[in-house]
Write a protein that binds this ligand. Structure first.
Ligand SMILES: Cc1cc2nc3c(=O)[nH]c(=O)nc-3n(C[C@H](O)[C@H](O)[C@H](O)COP(=O)(O)OP(=O)(O)OC[C@H]3O[C@@H](n4cnc5c(N)ncnc54)[C@H](O)[C@@H]3O)c2cc1C
Length: 415
């Protein structure tokens, strides 16, 4: 045994490991450190209630990973940090994560697009499992213990909370996307530009608000990115009172996280219910439908292709009367409709404040060893989770990054 500052006893060969941030990444790191280093003493500090963030994930159901991809394809679901994550995924990816939870008594189910949830549909069960495992591993969890200051001297980390200071041999920073960057900076790390990601988007067109509540499944959007040409994304889109939300809007917000979007500098989207289908093909389809029911109103014909409320919008935007009989539709009118079916202009003028799910940007990845999550600046320091410059789309990718980087950081910190 050796006695360290604060009077704690640590078995010879063990370390005192501190994890700052009791979210999914921090808990996974602490559990892995406990597994790696028998005799190590582990403390998790959280500024609020540990694992509170897990409870709101997946609408209270916790979409804890995504099972639909191989490692490289999975990495492609992270606009920032995907390449960096490949090493961690190859050691502790979705398969290992699902095995980890299942073997500890949490049955899982896979839903559409590979999204994985607890079978109980309760994020609470994920939180409880992590807490139980931490208790079993003898990890000390300190709630409402914000770490305000970290210093390092002679390989020893000194952490200060409002209750005082304590020293540790190893430090894992897992403070998430909203805070804690200052701690990393104070230890010599740099932080990239931060921006909200996975947000709802505000649209200029008033018709979008009139469709509030309508979901367009499997929709596509395209836009011009300066210097990059056309970017396309697909997914389900939800119209809101102020614009758009849902997986597709989140993907756009993620791809455009660092773009200045405002009324003066809008993001011009082209929206379609038929991604990958040419206007000529859509026009031919429309022609056949119009010919089959010449007495039907044009809006009714178009609504066999897209939801009625959206059909109404398209017909009006094409400058046509909604009760125009199909037989009276001119060639030009039909062409205008086909053009709108191929790409309906939607002008995005801002992000909806307070809707962001993750922060884009964080601790610069060049300063981190992807094989250990160890700092290249300070020996004995590790990072995991959203505090890093890593963020993914919706679908379980952000929690997977937390589990993978947490596990790798913890194994290295506890060794
Ligand atoms: C509404 C919502 C729903 C989401 N749903 C999903 C989903 O279903 N699937 C998915 O993959 N992702 C989802 N996400 C994203 C996911 O929750 C995060 O990416 C993930 O929680 C990041 O984990 P983390 O441990 O890195 O950080 P966090 O979960 O943010 O945890 C960090 C912890 O550190 C603590 N902390 C911060 N600073 C300090 C300090 N100085 N001292 C001590 N403690 C500190 C905080 O209190 C917090 O508990 C969702 C996000 C939101 C907002």
């Amino acid at each position: 045994m050796r006695i360290v500052e604060g009077g704690f006893r640590v078995a010879e060969g063990g370390f005192r490991v501190a994890v700052v941030g009791g979210g999914p990444a921090g808990f996974m790191a602490a559990l892995a450190a406990a597994e790696a280093g028998s005799g190590s003493e582990l403390t998790v500090f959280d500024s609020g209630i540990p694992l509170a963030t897990v409870l709101r994930t997946g609408g209270g159901r916790c979409n804890l990973t995504n099972a639909s991809h191989g490692i490289r394809e999975l990495a492609g679901c992270y606009p920032r940090g995907g390449k960096f994550l490949i090493s961690a995924f190859s050691r502790f990816g979705p398969t290992e994560t699902m095995g980890w939870f299942r073997s500890r008594g949490l049955p899982l189910v896979e839903e559409a697009e590979g999204r994985v949830f607890p079978r109980s549909d309760r994020a609470e069960d994920v939180r409880r499992l992590l807490e139980t495992e931490a208790r079993r591993a003898g990890i000390r969890v300190r709630a409402r213990a914000a770490v305000d200051l970290v210093t390092v001297a002679g390989g020893v980390f000194s952490l200060t909370t409002r209750r005082g200071s304590d020293s540790f041999d190893r430090l894992v920073i897992a403070t998430g996307g909203r805070s804690g960057h200052g701690l990393a900076q104070s230890l010599g790390h740099s932080i990239t530009v931060l921006a909200p990601s996975l947000t709802a988007l505000a649209a200029q067109e008033s018709w979008a608000g009139k469709l509030a509540g309508l979901t367009l499944r499997g929709a596509g959007v395209a836009w011009h990115n300066e210097g990059e040409g056309v970017t396309r994304e697909e997914g389900d889109l939800l119209f809101t009172h102020r614009g758009i939300s849902g997986p597709l809007a989140f993907r756009v917000s993620s791809r455009c996280a660092f773009m200045q979007i405002s009324r003066a500098s809008p993001l011009r989207l082209s929206l379609t219910a038929f991604p990958g289908t040419h206007g000529a093909e859509l026009e031919a389809r429309l022609l056949a439908l119009l010919a089959a029911r010449p007495r039907q109103h044009v809006t009714s014909t178009v609504s066999t292709l897209i939801p009625r409320a959206l059909a109404d919008v398209l017909v009006r935007l094409a400058g046509l009367s909604t009760d125009l009989p199909a037989a009276q539709l001119s060639r030009e009118g039909r062409k205008r409709l086909a053009v709108l079916l191929e790409g309906l202009p939607l002008t995005i003028v801002g992000r909806e404040k307070g809707t962001e799910m993750v922060t884009a940007g964080g601790v610069r990845l060049e300063e981190i060893d992807p094989r250990t999550m160890g700092s290249r600046v300070v020996p004995g320091l590790f990072f995991c989770g959203e505090v890093l410059d890593i963020d993914g789309f919706t679908g379980g990718y952000n929690l997977q990054a937390a589990w993978s980087t947490g596990r790798i950081a913890g194994l290295a910190a506890g060794r």
